[in-house]
Design a protein around this ligand. Structure first.
Ligand code: HEM
Ligand code: NAG
Ligand code: NAG
Ligand code: NAG
Ligand code: NAG
Ligand code: NAG
Ligand code: NAG
Ligand code: NAG
Ligand code: NAG
Length: 324
């Protein structure tokens, strides 16, 4: 009898411990250990966005890159070491930015409760909060409890981040590698409703699409004329253009409108029109409520890719280096 009760107690304790250890991400993971964590991330993110309207695009893209390489483990934030070239240095021109903002938020959170909140969670929350600033309310739910990884490798970034030159099959495969569907692919590509792109990622479509000095026939020709006034030659490496012209700082469903007018900037955007299911989804996502709802769901799925939980990894003290 006594041993039975003991066994039961053990089982219950183990179960509770298992939950506390985290077998999955949770709502308000830091409620007990750092109750103000999410508030601090939000207020610091909003402070930064209010002085830099381009920041939401930077942080949203950074979170995406984090999740696609080794899962959402903050590895994108690590700097190179004497021994290894980090993800952020992968292609010198991968052109991620906003690292200083994450460091600033992390310092504030560490001041409140040191060693509790992971950089991976801070990035996931800051991406959400930065995009949400224009609405003054959270646009999707971010579950927490991610732990920080110890490894960041440039070679893995190159192998896992989808290229803007990918066709539909390649994009579908790239997302499937993360257990994300064609639906997720189309919905998350809607992230391109904010931000900018460098000429070198699309000017082949303007000047030399098949090596015959030609233009990409799937690109709207009047839009191509406009883009040529921005990107004057194939070797322009500095100019950028708005990905969603006319609304590049507004998080909305307008990206899908421009896709249907053949004004998607990258081949990877245009490729979404080449698949029947994807095209059907695009036509649905033009409706803004539909887009917001679906984006919230897909971000939750992306934010859970290969996360480190429980006692895996660590909680970094500084987001740019592993604890020594
Ligand atoms: C589907 C495959 C994708 C490809 C091939 C792709 C490719 C690119 C490229 C080449 C740029 C331009 C970078 C530059 O010139 O500085 C870019 C920008 C951006 N991407 Fe994507 N992306 C993809 C998916 C996503 C996803 C899933 C998200 C987030 C949900 C996202 C969010 C962004 C944002 C916000 C920017 C603007 C960054 C800025 O303004 O600095 N992208 N993407
Ligand atoms: C880490 O890398 C960022 C750029 O990604 C750089 O601005 C920063 O100075 C680096 N930090 C240290 C301590 O080397
Ligand atoms: C770098 O490599 C050297 C030799 O392989 C090793 O002793 C050292 O611990 C490594 N440092 C880091 C930070 O990984
Ligand atoms: C990166 O951009 C610089 C100029 O901004 C250019 O000289 C260099 O060739 C580019 N590198 C790659 C790998 O695209
Ligand atoms: C997509 O690109 C891959 C690799 O270049 C190629 O093998 C495949 O045939 C292409 N698919 C389509 C539908 O164009
Ligand atoms: C995808 O799902 C399979 C089966 O559940 C799992 O084994 C695999 O680790 C998952 N991959 C990723 C990247 O989450
Ligand atoms: C266009 O591409 C072809 C084949 O790759 C190349 O021979 C030619 O030099 C390119 N033209 C320009 C203007 O770069
Ligand atoms: C760009 O490349 C072309 C050849 O492809 C060359 O004739 C031209 O001088 C280059 N322009 C600049 C600004 O480097
Ligand atoms: C190309 O853009 C123009 C002007 O924005 C638009 O009127 C036209 O419908 C677009 N063409 C296609 C094929 O969608």
């Amino acid at each position: 009898m006594k041993t039975n009760i003991l066994l039961l107690v053990c089982l219950v304790v183990t179960a509770i411990f298992g939950v506390c250890q985290g077998s999955s991400l949770k709502k308000s993971f830091y409620e007990k250990t750092c109750p103000r964590a999410e508030k601090i991330v939000k207020s610091f993110t909003w402070k930064h966005v209010s002085s830099n309207p381009n920041l939401p695009a930077k942080l949203l893209r950074m979170h995406f890159h984090d999740c696609f390489v080794r899962g959402c483990d903050g590895s994108v934030l690590l700097n190179s070491t004497a021994n290894s070239t980090a993800e952020k240095a992968a292609i010198p021109n991968l052109s991620l930015s906003g690292f200083d903002v994450i460091d600033d938020i992390k310092s504030a959170v560490e001041k409140e409760c040191a060693g509790i909140v992971s950089c991976a969670d801070i990035l996931a929350l800051a991406a959400r909060d930065s995009v949400s600033f224009q609405f003054r309310k959270p646009m999707w739910e971010v579950l927490t409890g991610r732990r920080d990884g110890l490894v960041s490798l440039a070679t893995e970034a190159l192998a896992n981040i989808p290229s803007p030159f990918f066709n539909f099959t390649q994009l579908q495969q790239n997302f499937a590698n993360k257990n994300l569907t064609v639906h997720d692919l189309v919905v998350l590509s809607g992230g391109h409703t904010i931000g900018i792109g460098h000429c070198r990622f699309f000017s082949n479509r303007l000047y030399n699409f098949t090596g015959k000095g030609d233009q990409d026939p799937s690109l709207n020709s009047s839009y191509a004329q406009f883009l040529k006034t921005k990107c004057k030659s194939l070797n322009d490496t500095t100019t950028t253009v708005d990905m969603d012209p006319g609304s590049f700082q507004k998080f909305d469903s307008h990206y899908y409108n421009i896709l249907l007018q053949k004004k998607g900037l990258f081949q990877s955007d245009a490729a979404l029109l080449t698949n029947k299911q994807a095209k059907y989804t695009i036509q649905e996502l033009v409706r803004q409520n539909e887009f917001f709802e679906e984006f919230a769901k897909s971000m939750k799925r992306m934010g859970a890719v290969q996360v480190l939980l429980g006692t895996a990894g660590q909680i970094r003290k500084k987001c740019w280096k592993v604890n020594t």
